[in-house]
Design a protein around this ligand. Structure first.
Ligand code: SAM
Ligand code: DTB
Ligand code: SF4
Length: 315
C-alpha cells in the first residue's frame, strides 16, 4: 500500500509530470492497481438544479452573469423535477447523483430547499453530492445533518493562476469552504480544470494544493476546459492531450486512494484518449446526456467504450 502524503513539494510533482511518458504511466497504473480494481468505473450523474445568472466572473463559465455567453437565468428546480431526474439516473446505473447550482454562496432560503432535495434524492437510494458555491461552517454542518454525502468545490487551478481566471472571490475563499466541508464530516470532492492557458507548473501547483490538504479529497474531478463562446476563455490555447494524461497520472500518484474523475471535456475526447486516462488512473465519470450547461459524451458511446475496454460500472 502506498502511504498517503500531505507534504508534497512542487519539484517532486513537477518531476513526475516531466518523466518519460511510459515511466509515468507505469508508475501511476501500478499505484492504481494496488488501491482499486482497474476494471471498475464509478458512475456519477449530474444535474443543474439552478442554472445561470451567477454573480461570479469565472472566466471559463457559461453561467456567469459577467459574460456575453451567460445562459438564461433560471430559478431553483422544483423538488419533484429533481426527484424524477434522480430516479432516471439510478435506472441508468448511476450510484451517485450530483447537483450543481450557479451560486456564489448559499443563502438561508435556499439552504432549506436544498435540504429537502437532499432528503428526497437519498430516499431514492442514491448517494448525494452538491456543489452550491461557498459554505459557512454552520451550513456545512446543516447539510451533513440532512444526510448529504459529498460536497464538490474545486480549487480549479494554481493559487498563482487563479486571479487571472476569477476576480470576484479568492483562492483562500475556496480553501476556507473546503475546510468547512471536511470539518463537518462531509466527503470532499475537489479538483480542477486543465487547458485554461495555465503552465505545467500551475498544474503541478494545483495537484500540490489538493494533495497537501489535511485529508485527500475523496474524489478529484479533472475537467478539460469546455470552450464556451462568449466567455473570456473561449480562445484559450489548446492543451496537448498527452499533457492532460500526464496530469491525470500524476493526480493518481499523489492522491493514490482518491477517485479521479474524468469530468468535463469527454465529449471532445477520442475513445483512445479516454482509455489512456483510465489506464493512468481515472476511475470515475459523469454519465448522462448533459453536464451542467453543455452536452456530455453520448451515453451509448460510453456504454460501448466501457464494454470494449472490459470495464464494469461500480457504484
Ligand atoms: N457555483 C459553484 C462553484 O463554482 O463552485 C458550483 C458550480 S461550478 C459550474 C462547478 C465547477 O464546474 C467549476 O468549479 C469548474 O471546475 C467546472 N466548470 C464550469 N465550467 C466549466 C467549463 N466550461 N469547462 C470545464 N469545467 C467547467
Ligand atoms: C466538476 O468538477 N465538473 C462538473 C461538476 N464538477 C459540477 C461541472 C462541469 C461543467 C462543464 C460545463 C457546463 O456544462 O456548463
Ligand atoms: Fe458561478 Fe460557479 Fe460558474 Fe463561477 S463556476 S460563475 S461560481 S456557477
Amino acid at each position: 500500500m502506498t502511504e498517503l502524503r500531505h507534504d508534497w513539494r512542487l519539484e517532486e510533482i513537477l518531476d513526475y509530470l516531466e518523466r518519460p511518458f511510459n515511466d509515468l504511466l507505469w508508475t501511476a497504473h501500478s499505484i492504481h492497481r494496488t488501491h482499486f480494481n482497474p476494471n471498475a468505473m464509478q458512475i456519477s450523474s449530474l444535474l443543474s438544479i439552478k442554472t445561470g445568472g451567477c454573480s461570479e466572473d469565472c472566466g471559463y463559465c457559461s453561467q456567469s452573469g459577467h459574460h456575453e455567453a451567460s445562459v438564461s437565468k433560471e430559478q431553483l428546480l422544483p423538488l419533484e423535477q429533481v426527484v424524477v431526474a434522480a430516479r432516471q439516473a439510478k435506472a441508468q446505473g448511476a450510484g451517485r447523483f450530483c447537483m450543481g447550482a450557479a451560486w456564489r454562496s448559499l443563502n438561508e432560503k435556499h439552504l432549506q430547499q436544498v435540504i429537502e432535495i437532499v432528503q428526497a434524492v437519498k430516499a431514492q437510494g442514491l448517494e448525494t453530492c452538491m456543489t452550491l458555491g461557498m459554505l459557512t461552517q454552520t451550513q456545512a454542518q446543516q447539510l451533513k445533518a440532512a444526510g448529504l454525502d459529498y460536497y464538490n468545490h474545486n480549487l480549479d487551478t494554481s493559487p498563482e493562476f487563479y486571479g487571472q481566471v476569477v476576480t470576484t472571490h479568492t483562492y483562500q475563499d475556496r480553501l476556507d469552504t473546503l475546510n468547512h466541508v471536511r470539518e463537518a464530516g462531509l466527503k470532499m470532492c475537489s479538483g480542477g480544470i486543465l487547458g485554461m492557458g495555465e503552465s505545467r507548473q500551475d498544474r503541478a501547483a494545483l495537484l500540490q494544493q489538493l494533495a497537501n490538504l489535511p485529508a485527500h479529497p475523496h474524489a478529484v474531478p479533472i475537467n478539460h476546459l469546455v470552450k464556451i463562446a462568449g466567455t473570456p476563455l473561449q480562445e484559450a490555447p489548446p492543451l496537448d492531450p498527452l499533457e492532460f494524461v500526464r496530469t491525470v497520472a500524476t493526480a493518481r500518484i499523489v492522491m493514490p486512494r482518491s477517485y479521479v474523475r474524468l469530468s468535463a471535456g469527454r465529449a471532445q475526447m477520442s475513445d483512445e484518449l479516454q482509455a489512456l486516462c483510465f489506464f493512468a488512473g481515472a476511475n470515475s465519470i459523469f454519465y448522462g446526456t448533459n453536464l451542467l450547461t453543455t452536452p456530455n459524451a453520448e451515453q451509448h458511446e460510453d456504454q460501448a467504450l466501457l464494454a470494449r475496454l472490459g470495464m464494469d460500472s461500480a457504484a
